[in-house]
Ligand binder design. Structure first.
Ligand SMILES: [Zn+2]
Ligand SMILES: [Zn+2]
Length: 277
């Protein structure tokens, strides 16, 4: 799998010279395996990705973790949705009540957006997901609900014996009764267990987290403990706060590394990063 980061900021796009290194676009990751194109979340980063894909792409699968605005705000600006020659599939969490299509229509309607979903030249095909396994092209996928406000999925993608885990919004501390001591009963464990590369929410410092408990995000410290529990090979800290500058992100990285030797690679995710798995 080839993996490329088009946005790793949380909550709100944060462009500006002080965020040059880590980027300002919200969640969007492109995963390519042969002819299969999967996009994880449709944050503001998906706009540039849409231009990059160009006219040759015929089919795209967008897997939404949840419908918070920072993960969907780029959808209306994703050029392939206006191209009748491209088939777009939208996958996202089921609520068991209101269909995903109806929930997506709320964004694609005035006063939020001028174009209605029904007016797009090629109607996207909508698929609802719960805790389940399925495949797209040569990629095996596991989706599972996670601890975050509103129905929210994490995704585990496996191809050629390599695994990528994507958990951008997750309050792992509240997703376990005894964190970090009970792996099987911890939210997200099956998604991340043994992953070669884990993208995980690390929005806050430990000090900030104290005042933000219950908001749905994790401290970097908890992301490290979770990655350690899941025995991942590499942890990429994701969902940087919009107010965080490059300098602050780097200082948080130094603090994280000082936490101790966890036996896996740690990085702060940056827009533009490319990985080969
Ligand atoms: Zn988010
Ligand atoms: Zn969220």
């Amino acid at each position: 799998m080839k993996v490329r980061i088009w946005g790793c900021r949380g909550s709100l796009p944060a462009p500006g010279p002080e965020n040059y290194r880590y980027g300002g676009n919200t969640s969007c990751i492109q995963v390519t395996e042969g002819d299969t194109c999967i996009i994880l979340d449709a944050g503001s980063g998906i706009m540039r990705l849409g231009r990059f894909l160009g006219p040759t792409v015929k089919e795209v699968h967008i897997l939404l973790t949840h419908l918070h605005i920072d993960h969907t705000m780029g959808l209306g600006f994703f050029q392939p949705l206006y191209n009748p020659n491209v088939k777009v599939h939208l996958w996202g969490p089921s609520t068991g009540q209101e269909p995903l299509l109806h929930r997506l229509r709320r964004y694609f309607s005035p006063p939020l957006f001028p174009v209605k979903l029904s007016e797009l030249p090629m109607h996207p095909e909508v698929h609802e997901l719960g805790d389940e396994e399925f495949s797209i092209g040569g990629i095996k996928i596991l989706s599972q609900f996670l601890c975050h406000p509103g129905p929210t999925l994490g995704y585990r993608l496996t191809a050629n014996q390599k695994t990528l885990a994507y958990i951008p919004d997750h309050e792992v501390m509240l997703g376990s009764s005894d964190f970090p001591h009970d792996p099987e009963w911890t939210s997200g464990f099956e998604i991340a267990n043994g992953a070669d590369l884990l993208f995980h929410d690390g929005a806050y410092s430990s000090k900030e987290y104290v005042g933000k408990m219950g908001w749905g995000h994790s401290s970097i410290r908890d992301a490290l403990l979770f990655a350690n529990m899941c025995k991942v090979k590499k942890l990429s800290i994701f969902h940087h706060e919009p107010t965080r500058t490059d300098e602050q992100i780097e200082s948080m990285y130094r603090d994280a590394v000082r936490e101790g030797n966890f036996g896996f690679e740690i990085e702060m995710c940056a827009e533009g990063n490319v990985y080969e798995l």
